[in-house]
Design a protein around this ligand. Sequence first.
Ligand code: URP
Ligand code: ZN
Ligand code: ZN
Length: 457
Amino acid sequence: MIIKGGTTITADGPRPADVIVEESTITAVTEPGQATGAGPIIDATGLWVLPGAVDAHTHFGMPLGSGVSSLGWQESSAAALLGGTTTIIDFANPTVGEPLPEAVSKWRGMADGVILCDYGLHVTVTDVSGDRLAEIPALVEQGLPTFKGFLAYKGRLMLSLVEMKRLMEAVHQAGAMLLVHAEDGEMNAAAERVLLDTGRTAPCWHPLAHPDESEVKAVAEILDLATVTGCPLTIVHMSLGQSLELLKKTRNTQGRDGKLFGEVCLHHLFADAGLYESGHEAALAAICSPPLRTEGNGDELLSGLVAGHLDLLSTDHCEFPLTVKSAAAGGGFPRVPNGCGGVAERMVVSHSLAVVTGKMDPARWIETCCHRPAELMGLASRKGQMAPGFDADIVLFDPLAEYRWDPLGSSDRAGSLWAGLPVTGRVRDVWLRGRQVVAGGKLTGDQPGGEFLPRHL
Ligand code: URP
Ligand code: ZN
Ligand code: ZN
C-alpha cells in the first residue's frame, strides 16, 4: 500500500511525503511522488498522515466494588481507534492479597480477544509485603516494566510514605519505573468528611474533597522519595501549575532529568472546574481524581507541556456510563465512580485547541501524543513513529472536517466534557499493523484484534 499526497509530521515539523507499507510494517517514507511498489494507492491530499497515537494511561475495563465497570475493553478500544489511538497502556489492578502475576493473567483474560487496539499493562501495587515485591522482577522480564502506586484513596489503594519508599526501592532495583497518583489521601478524606458532615453530598462538591494543597503536598513528597531512592518516576495526571513548578524545580536542582517525568491529561488541559457548577450531568461527567481545577491551570500545564517540562499527553480514560454515575450519585458524591472519557477525543481536541491555536507546534503534538509515550513506556522500537521498520499504525486526519464529539453515537456516554468546545477536525482512516480498522470515520468491522505488547525500558 502507498499513501500518497499527504503531510507527515517529523521532529522538524510538517513534511509532504508518501508512505509505503508492506504487510504490517512501514517500509519507507519518501519524498512526494518517489514512492513505488505494488498494492492499493491511498490519496491523502489535504490530510495529516500521522503515526497511530499512543495513550500511556487508560482504564478500559475497570470493575468497581458495586459490580459496575467503565465502558469496557471493546467499546473503549473502538473509541480509541475512532480517535486515532492505536496503542493504549492500561492497568492490571490486583484484589486484596492477590499475587501480581495472577492479576496480570486475569486482566489479560479480560482484554485478549476483545480489545480492538494494541495494549500493554502497568501493574498497580497496593500491598508492599515481601511476597508482592518479590514478584516484580519476573513481571519486568515478561514485559511489564511499569508499576503504579497511590498516595490517594485512603482505605482502598493508598500507600503510606514508608510503604511507597519500599515500593520505589523494589521497582528501581528491578530496572522498572513507578507511576504515582500524587494526592494526599489523608487530606482528601478529612475534606470529604467535613463536606458530608455538613450535608454537602451533591456531585458539585467533589472538587472540594480534593484540595489543591493535597496534590501539591503529595507531589513534593513523591519527588523527595524519588530523589532519595533514585527510582524512575512518572507523576501521572498532574493537574496544577504548582505541581508543574515543583517538578521543574526538582528536575533542575537535582539534575535528574531523564528519570523524572510528568504526565498531563486532556481534561486537565481543556476542561475546568466550571463544569461542576453547570448542571448535574456535567458535574457527574467531570467527577475524576484529581478533579478539574480552576481556569488558568490548564494554560500553565499546556505551556509546561510545550516547553518540555511535562512529557506525556494522556487521557486517564476511565469512562463510566452516565446512567451508572447518576445512579451512584444518590448515595452522595463519594459513591460516584471516578473517571472521565477522552480516548476518542484526545487527538482532535488537542489539535484544535493547542495546534490550530498556535500554542503547540505540530512536531511537539506528535511527540507528546505518539512518540514520547511509546519511548518512555518501552515501545520505542515499534510504536509512535512514522518511520521504516515501525508498525504500520497510521492515521489520516482531516484538520478541516466537522468534529463529531461522540463517534460511537452512544447517548449514554458521560463524555459530554467535550461537547461544547470549539473543535474542528476528524480522524478519517486508521490502519493497525497494516490493516484498515477505520474508514471514513467508521469502524471497518474487519478488526484484526488488539495484541498484548510486551514492553522493555
Ligand atoms: O478519576 C480517575 N482518575 N480515575 C481513574 C483512576 C486513577 O486514579 O487514575
Ligand atoms: Zn490515578
Ligand atoms: Zn488513571
